[in-house]
Structure formats: C-alpha cells, structure tokens
Design a protein around this ligand. Structure first.
Ligand code: ZN
Length: 702
C-alpha cells in the first residue's frame, strides 16, 4: 500500500517513505493526464462542475500528495527523500506548466456559461481565464514558440543570476587578526576563528555572509576593516568587484532579463512588464503603485532626514566621527541604539514560554473570531509536532454558502511544528495541506488544513526534563504572523477550492492577515497576558515593555525610505525604463528622489537584487509596503474600538472575520477591505505605528 495514493484523509506522515514518492507521483500524474484528456475531448460538456468532478479532483490529488512530499522535504529532509523529491520535481512542474497553457482546456473554460455559476465560481472562473492568458494559451504559431523560449531562457537567467550572487558572496574571504576585530561580539569571533582554523590559517576568516558581515559592520571599531568589507559587499556580482571575482558580474544578465520580460509582456498585449505583473495583483496600475510609493516617500522623508541628523550628531559628539563614510553608518547606528534603548533580549525571553504564548494567542483568536481551538491527534513526522482542531463556538445559523457543514462544528485543523532541528529548513511559513472545498465528486465539504512552521530554539534540559522553549519577542511576532496566514486559510467560508482561504488572493494582499496579527504583539493589554517568567511566574514588567516599544521604531524613517527605494526602482525598471539603457542611472535617479544617504559611485547593489532578478518579486517588491498599509489600517479599526483597558472589541473581530478572513480569494481584496473598513485604505495608521504620525494626513490610495 502506498500511503501517498490514499485520498480522503490527512497525509500519513508517519508512513510516507522515499520510495513511495516516484511511483505515487507517476501514477497520480498519469491519472491527471487522463482526466485532462477526458475533459478536453470535443464531446465533453463546457460545464464548471463536470470539469471539476473529473479534472479538479485528479489535480487536487496530485497537489495534496506532492504537497505532503514537499512538506517532508522541508521539515524532515534526508538524502533519500531529497533524491526522490528531485527526481519527481521536473515531472510535476512540467505537468502544471502544460495544464496552464492547454488550448483545448482554455477553450472549454471560455465556453462555460457564466450565468450558470455562483459568485464564488465566477471569481474562480475569471482567475482561470486570466491565468490561461498569462500562461500564453492565447498565442499561436511563432508567438507561441517565442513565448515558450522566453520562459525557458528567463528560468536559466534567474538561476544564473542567483548563482552569481551566491558565488560572489561565498567566494570572498578576508583574513584578519583578533586586534582588527576589536569590538566584535565573542560568539562571532568564535565562528570566524573556527573558519580560519578549518582553512589551516591563523587569525580570523571573515566572509560576506550576513551572520559575519553584519556584526562586523555593526561592531568592529576598525574603520579601515569596515571599509574593506563594505566595498566587497557593495560591489558583489559587478564589474567593480576585484579582478578575480568579475566572472560573477550580473550586469549582462540583468539587461537580458529586463529585455525578455518586456518582450514577454508585449507578446501578451501589455505595454510593459509592470502592467503584466499587476494583472493578478490588487494594485490597479503601475502608476498607482508609483504614486503610492512617492506619497509614502514624501511623508517618510522628514523622518528619514531626522534619523540621519541624529546619527550625524551622535557620531560627532560621542564617537568623534566628524565626516561619516558609507561604512560608518551601521556602526554609528548600533552605538546610538545601545545608548538610547539598551535592554536585554535575554531578559525579555524569560517571560515568553511557548505554552503561555500559545495560550494567549489562542485566547485572542477564540474571543475575536468565535471559535474554540482544541488539541487533536493525527500521524505526524516528528514527536514534537502538535495538531489542533478549530471548532465553531456554537452551532449558530449557517452563513450563506456554508452548504454541507450541517451536523459538524469542525472549521479546520492545523499542524504546529515550532522547533528548529536538523533536516528542517530555516525560517517560518504557513502552507496549506488542503483547502476548503465542497467536493464535486462526493458532495461533501472538505474542511481546510494548514501547516504552521517556525524554527524556535528548543527548551533546555533541566534534571533530565525538557523545559518549555523560551521565545524572543521576535519569535512571538513570527508565530503571530504565521498564525495570521493560517487563520486566513482556515476560517474561510468559501466552497470553491480555487478561491477559498489564501487561494486566489492577490499577491500584494496576501500579507494583510499575517501582518495584522503582528500588531497584537505590541499591545500591552494583550501581550501581558501571554507572559509569565519561566521561574517566578511574574508577568512582563511594564517598564521593560516600554523599553521594547521605544526601540521598536528606531530609524523607521530611514528603513521606510530604503524599502521605497527598492520598490520604486523595481517598478520604474519594469515600466518606463528601456532595457538597453543604463540600469544604474535609473537607480541613481531613484536614490536622488527618495533616499537621504548617498552611496559611493562604485556601489552596485542592484547586481544582487535577487528578489527582483531571480525571485518572484519583479514589479512586485512594493507588495511589502502595500500590504503593510492594509494591515496597519485594518488593525486601526481595532484600536478605534478597543475598550478602556485596550482590549480589542469583539464586534470588530466578527466583522474582520466575516469581511476579510471568511471571504478569502472569492472577491477582489479591495472589495473585502472596503467591506471591513467602509472606505479605501489610508496610509495614516502605518505612519502612526511606525512613529511617523506628524506627517500623516488623510489621503486615499488607489
Ligand atoms: Zn507572511
């Protein structure tokens, strides 16, 4: 029996073995191919439900089985599993790409009578047609071939871009003595010493990887050393790098990538790649994004200028640095931060035990969103993983569209894997195990299930007993963030799989529910109930919280401007910019417009801008700021309605649940936002949360 072939239940994570992967995926892909041929046949009806019953049921099975393999590959990696994963990956990718551009299927979808669809199905249908167009399904002949060739070449180019960025970072080393590293923390020194030892050298080996580069720039008293490191870092993957490293120059790749993207956009009938990118996003046009960024820049600039003036003054009066150079700013910033906001992260951690934090998190969710969270049991991949079920608080009147849920109070379930361990990928994420779906094959309602994954340090052993894990405040924020994604996926009331939960939600709106939840971690009335000192049981002292709060917005003006600089550069590069023109000239122009600091003329930061040249953020980097505006403004509704002790209002919670979380991708994010807020998003709340309130005034955002 191959556990990956079972359908209907949750993945048997304790039974899936590497040698199940190849045969199961091959069989499921074969089934899906047969399903595609069935529905694409001339005599098959152009009917939403008929197609779903055959094709969606088959593709969902591929998706869930592959999802389980992918998940295990991320959280319980072994050489055998990795090999099995990599062997099947190209087949899975090939299938989805082919499905997405199948002309026969596209014709079938186009022929569906929209009047026969309900609202959710109409939205899913609209998205499907859009994705076919963006996948090149409308192209014919030479254009179709050219489109496919561009896709292939772009994949190669982004892969090469990342390899160059990685190699340019990894191949650099600098050997220094411990005297050169005066000021650098002990744990960093230990690592650099070990690195030198491993290379059979004396002293310390420095690298450009962040865990080494950053502390050197923050703490090394030796300005000459910081200058060397800064120059190496800022010229990576460029023609400004030292001779031996110029083989990693990304400049030519960047020009080719931009040119191909522009050509791709034109083939599909768009004026620019920016327009193509926004076709599936919440922002309506490149100009709307550019205006949004310029507006935010204008408001943030006085605060950024003030941050810089503070640094200058502190550098002159306290550090004796009269004319700070580019490699001095991080160092000055760290010293100023210590002098103003010193508190110990170590001390804060003692108040955040994982069970207490989870208890507090569950309590807010239960109160605001009218549900109960209970422990549940299923097969898992590691004994440290927990599983929970979310139930509806009371079997209230069924909301419309809630067909099929009669007789059950189960809303959804989630796995929680919080601990870092070997074989587990770093970082934190939410992933869907399955989406809510009124199944067309058996008429049953499939409830949503999610993975919540973090990488917190394990609790220490004391007298042979594992103690509760202690979380930093950053960890707590991360947990809330991922839980926000999870709630978006789990509390949906949509019955169409393609638009239920996080499915079908615009890319630039996806972070709304996650960043929204982070706000509670800065709310004293909420936070204090999640704290208990690991030894004394005492709650977090208010004075300590005030120090954390004061440090929260340190240099937020400059940080905001930096994000805007990346975002504006990205959007302009993919719209007005001619791909054959100099990219650096555009970057300079953007910097002059929004930045408060001028980098040296040899700086080449665009050459390692992997988000945009090698990742999925092309003409989409603004999404970070965009979603932050949405989440801050949504959270402001809770600030406006909180009771006198600061506790969030239950009715506002219900409204947020009904308008945003429950709606998922079933309607445009702007409609959901307006249904919740009664108006379009405004910048004010974000500026206020980040300590830039004075410059704020009401203004709409398109
Ligand atoms: Zn997120």
């Amino acid at each position: 029996m191959n556990p990956l072939l079972l359908s209907g239940g949750l993945p048997l994570f304790d039974q899936i073995q590497p040698d199940h992967v190849g045969p199961a995926i091959a069989q499921l892909l074969g089934d899906a191919d047969n399903a595609l041929e069935t529905v694409a046949a001339a005599d098959f009806p152009s009917d939403w439900k008929a197609i779903a019953k055959v094709l969606d049921v088959a593709t969902e099975h591929v998706g869930s089985a592959w999802g389980a393999v992918n998940h295990l590959n991320s959280v319980a990696d072994t050489p055998d599993l990795r090999a099995a994963y990599n062997a099947s990956l190209p087949k899975v990718t090939e299938f989805w790409t082919r499905l997405g551009a199948d002309e026969r299927l596209y014709a079938k979808y186009k022929a569906i009578d929209v009047a026969s669809l309900n609202a959710e199905q109409r939205q899913a249908h609209k998205n499907a047609l859009r994705d076919f167009v963006l996948g090149g399904a409308e192209l014919a002949g030479a254009d179709r071939d050219r489109f496919a060739a561009i896709q292939e070449r772009l994949a190669e180019l982004s892969q090469k871009f990342s390899e160059n960025a990685l190699d340019a970072t990894d191949k650099f080393s600098e050997y220094v003595s411990s005297d050169d590293l005066a000021g650098v923390p002990q744990d960093v020194l230990q690592n650099t010493r070990e690195a030198a030892e491993a290379a059979g050298r004396d002293g310390h080996k420095l690298s450009l990887k962040l865990p080494c580069y950053l502390p050197v720039m923050q703490f090394a008293d030796n300005a000459q050393l910081r200058s060397t490191m800064y120059r190496a870092y800022a010229t990576r993957a460029s023609e400004q790098a030292p001779e031996a490293m110029r083989q990693y120059d990304n400049t030519a790749l960047m020009h080719e990538i931009l040119a191909l993207r522009q050509e791709e956009a034109r083939l599909l009938g768009f004026a620019s790649y920016g327009e193509l990118s926004l076709k599936s996003k919440m922002a309506t046009s490149p100009q709307a994004v550019i205006d949004f960024l310029r507006d935010l820049a204008r408001r943030a600039k006085p605060f950024g200028a003030q941050d810089l003036a503070d640094l200058r003054q502190f550098a002159a009066s306290e550090l004796g640095i009269q004319d700070p150079q580019p490699w001095d700013w991080t160092y000055i910033g760290e010293k100023l931060k210590q002098s103003r906001f010193a508190f110990s992260e170590q001390e804060v951690k003692q108040y955040f035990t994982l069970p207490k934090v989870l208890e507090g998190l569950f309590k807010i969710v239960e109160t605001l969103f009218d549900v109960v969270i209970r422990p549940d049991t299923v097969p898992v991949w590691n004994p440290g993983v927990h599983f929970y079920r979310i139930e509806r608080n009371a079997p209230a009147a069924k909301p419309s569209g809630d067909v099929g849920s009669a007789g059950t109070s189960l809303v959804g379930q989630f796995y929680l894997d919080t601990t870092a361990r070997e074989g587990k990928r770093g970082g934190a994420w939410m992933d869907d195990v399955r989406g809510r779906w009124l199944r067309p094959d058996n008429g049953e309602l499939q409830t949503p299930v999610a993975h919540l994954v973090c990488n917190f340090a394990e609790g220490v052993m004391r007298d042979g007993v594992r103690q509760s894990a202690l979380l930093t405040h950053d960890d707590v924020t991360t947990l809330f963030h991922e839980f926000g994604h999870g709630l978006h996926h789990l509390l949906t009331r949509v019955d169409e799989r393609q638009v239920s939960g996080i499915s079908g939600v615009e890319w630039d709106a996806v972070e709304l529910p996650s960043q929204f939840m982070e706000n509670f971690c800065w709310e004293w009335s909420v936070l204090r109930h999640m704290t208990a000192h690991v030894d004394s049981g005492e709650p977090l002292p208010r004075a300590l919280f005030d120090k954390m709060l004061a440090a929260r917005n340190y240099q937020s003006g400059m940080q905001t401007l930096r994000q805007i600089e990346f975002s504006l550069f990205d959007m302009l590069m993919h719209t007005d910019h001619n791909p054959t023109d100099d990219i650096l000239a555009l970057h300079d122009q953007v910097r002059q417009e929004v930045a408060v600091m001028t980098p040296p003329p040899w700086s080449r930061t665009p050459n390692t801008f992997s988000h945009v040249f090698a990742g999925g953020y092309a003409a989409g980097y603004y999404s970070y700021k965009w979603a932050e505006v949405l989440s801050a403004d949504a959270y402001a509704a809770f600030e406006e309605t909180a009771d006198e002790s600061g506790l969030p209002d239950i009715q506002t919670g219900r409204k947020y649940l009904n308008t945003i979380l429950a709606a998922g991708g079933s309607r445009p994010a702007m409609e959901s936002f307006k249904a919740f807020r009664g108006r379009e998003p405004q910048l004010d709340a974000l500026l206020r949360h980040q300590g830039m309130a004075d410059a704020a005034s009401p203004a709409g955002k398109e």
